[in-house]
Design a protein around this ligand. Structure first.
Ligand code: UD1
Length: 422
C-alpha cells in the first residue's frame, strides 16, 4: 500500500482549488437510479469513493460517462437491483441505492455495510422508515432484501426519525419522490448535502419543500426525468486545508469554496487566532495571525454544529496550540483512532470516553504513523506538516477515498511531501 513521506516545517503559501463535495456527489449519483433519462453531474471529484460507486452502479446496469469533472449516468434499465457485499463493504454510502431502487423498481437487495472503523454505524433508521412506507424488508445472509407490495409503489408516510441521520434522510428523500402520495420526514438532518440533493431532485421533477430544515415534505410523482446539476464545494476539504494553513503558517487562498457552509468552523478558527475571510470574488484567504495558535474547545454535532468529519483535523491543530483544549465527539463512538498516532508524534492527549483533553506542545516530532479512516489519515498529514523531521503516513488509500490530488494541492503551496508506491 502507498505511503506518504512528509518533511515538516514549511509554511503553506499559494492557492488551493476545492473540489466538489464527495458526500454530496455520492447521493446525487444514486439519484440517477430514479429515472430512465440521463443525469449530468458537474464538479464531481476524482476520488476512490466515487469510482467505487460508479463500479456498483455499472454492475447494476447503469451506463456512466466521465469527462473531467462531469459525470453522466443513465439508468435506462436496471437489470440487476443488487448491491453485493464486495462493492458495499468498500463504502458505506452504497446503502443509498436502497431507497431509489425500491421506489422505481419495487425490489432491492443491498448488502449490510457491516462494521466500520469508526463505530457500528447501523442502518436501522433507513430500514424502519422504508417499512413505514410499505416496504417489506427482511435481513437475511447479511443482505437487506426489500420489496414493495405486489401492487407496486411505496406509499407516502409520516416518518419521525428517532435520531438525525444524513444517510437515512437522503435515502428516504429519494424513495419518497416516486412514492404514492405525500411523505413528511420529521427530525430530518440539515446538512447542505441534503439541500443539494433536494435541489437536483427538484430539477428532475420531484415535489419537495423544506429541505435544509427539520421537516421535509415530499409529494410523490409517477416518474422523474433527467437533469443537469453542479455539485456543491466540499466543505470538509475546505476546512481541512484551512486548518492546514493555520497550523503550518503562511497564507493560503481557497478557491471554488463556500465559507457559508463552514459556519461552525470559522468562529473556532478565529478564536484560535486565525484570520479567515471571504474576498470579493468569493475566494477564501486563511492565515495564522501570530506565531502560535490558542487552544479552543469543540463538540461535534449534526449540522449546523461542528462537523465530526473535521474533528480529527481540529485535534491535530490543538496538539500544537498554546494551552489545553477539549474535543468532545457526539456523533460516532470510537472516532479517536488518530489519538495514539498523534501521540507517537509527541502529542499530549488524554481520552476520557467520548472526550479528549489535548495539551499543546511546542513542536511535534516526525514518526512512522498509520490511520484507519479517512479523516484520521488526513489529521496525521496536517500534524506532519508542522512536525520536526520526517513523518511517514502508511496505508494512505484512505486519503485517496476522500482527498483529490492531496500531494499536488499541498505541494503547490510549498509543503514537502512525496508518495511512495508500495
Ligand atoms: C454521513 C457522512 C459522513 C459523516 C456523517 C455524520 C456521507 C456519505 N457520509 O454519514 O462522512 O461523518 O454523515 O456527519 O454523507 N445511525 C443510526 N442508525 C441509522 C443511521 C445512522 O443509529 O440507521 C447513527 C450513526 O451510527 C451515527 C449517527 O446516526 O451515530 C449519524 O450517522 P449518519 O448521519 O447516518 O451518518 P452517515 O450518513 O453514515
Amino acid at each position: 500500500m502507498d505511503k506518504l513521506k512528509i518533511e515538516g516545517g514549511y509554511p503553506l503559501n499559494g492557492e488551493i482549488v476545492i473540489g466538489g463535495a464527495k458526500n454530496a456527489a455520492l447521493p446525487l449519483m444514486c439519484a440517477a437510479l430514479l429515472t430512465e433519462e440521463s443525469l449530468v453531474l458537474d464538479n464531481v471529484p476524482h476520488l476512490q469513493d466515487i469510482s467505487s460507486l460508479i463500479a456498483l452502479l455499472e454492475d447494476m446496469g447503469v451506463t456512466t460517462q466521465r469527462e473531467e469533472t462531469r459525470l453522466t449516468l443513465t439508468a435506462k434499465s436496471v437489470p440487476r437491483t443488487l448491491a453485493s457485499y464486495d462493492l458495499v463493504r468498500k463504502m458505506r454510502a452504497s446503502v443509498l441505492v436502497l431507497g431509489p431502487l425500491l421506489a422505481r423498481f419495487g425490489t432491492a437487495e443491498v448488502s449490510l455495510p457491516g462494521g466500520c472503523a469508526i463505530g457500528t454505524r447501523p442502518v436501522d433508521l433507513h430500514i424502519s422508515a422504508l417499512e413505514q412506507m410499505g416496504a417489506e424488508i427482511e435481513i437475511r445472509d447479511g443482505y437487506i432484501h426489500a420489496r414493495t407490495a405486489p401492487e407496486g409503489r411505496l406509499r407516502g408516510a409520516e416518518i419521525v426519525f428517532a435520531k438525525k441521520s444524513v444517510g437515512a434522510t437522503e435515502n428516504l428523500l429519494m424513495a419518497a419522490t416516486l412514492a404514492e402520495g405525500k411523505t413528511v420526514l420529521h427530525n430530518a438532518a440539515l446538512e447542505p448535502e441534503i439541500t443539494d440533493l433536494a435541489a437536483c431532485l427538484t430539477k428532475m421533477g420531484a415535489k419537495i419543500s423544506g429541505a435544509g430544515g427539520e421537516t421535509i415534505e415530499i409529494e410523490g410523482v409517477e416518474t422523474l426525468s433527467g437533469a443537469a446539476h453542479t455539485v456543491i464545494p466540499d466543505r470538509i476539504e475546505t476546512g481541512t486545508y484551512a486548518i492546514a494553513a493555520a497550523m503550518a503558517g503562511g497564507t493560503v487562498v481557497l478557491k471554488n469554496a463556500r465559507l457559508d457552509l463552514l459556519a461552525a468552523l470559522v468562529p473556532v478558527l478565529q478564536e484560535a487566532g486565525v484570520s479567515i475571510e471571504e474576498n470579493e470574488n468569493g475566494d477564501i484567504t486563511v492565515s495564522r495571525r501570530g506565531n502560535r495558535l490558542n487552544a479552543v474547545d469543540i463538540t461535534t454535532e449534526p449540522y449546523p454544529g461542528f462537523p465530526t468529519d473535521l474533528q480529527a483535523q481540529l485535534m491535530a491543530m490543538l496538539t500544537v496550540a498554546d494551552g489545553a483544549g477539549t474535543v468532545r465527539e457526539t456523533i460516532f463512538e470510537n472516532r479517536f483512532m488518530h489519538v495514539p498516532e498523534l501521540m507517537r508524534m509527541g502529542a499530549d492527549i488524554t481520552v476520557h470516553g467520548s472526550s479528549a483533553l489535548v495539551r499543546g506542545v511546542t513542536r511535534l516530532k516526525g514518526a512512522e504513523v498509520m490511520a484507519t479512516d479517512l479523516r484520521a489519515s488526513v489529521s496525521l498529514v496536517l500534524a506532519a506538516l508542522t512536525a520536526n523531521g520526517t513523518t511517514t503516513v502508511n496505508r494512505i488509500y484512505h486519503l485517496d477515498r476522500g482527498y483529490e490530488a492531496l500531494e499536488a494541492k499541498l505541494g503547490a503551496c510549498g509543503a514537502k511531501l512525496e508518495r511512495i508506491a508500495a
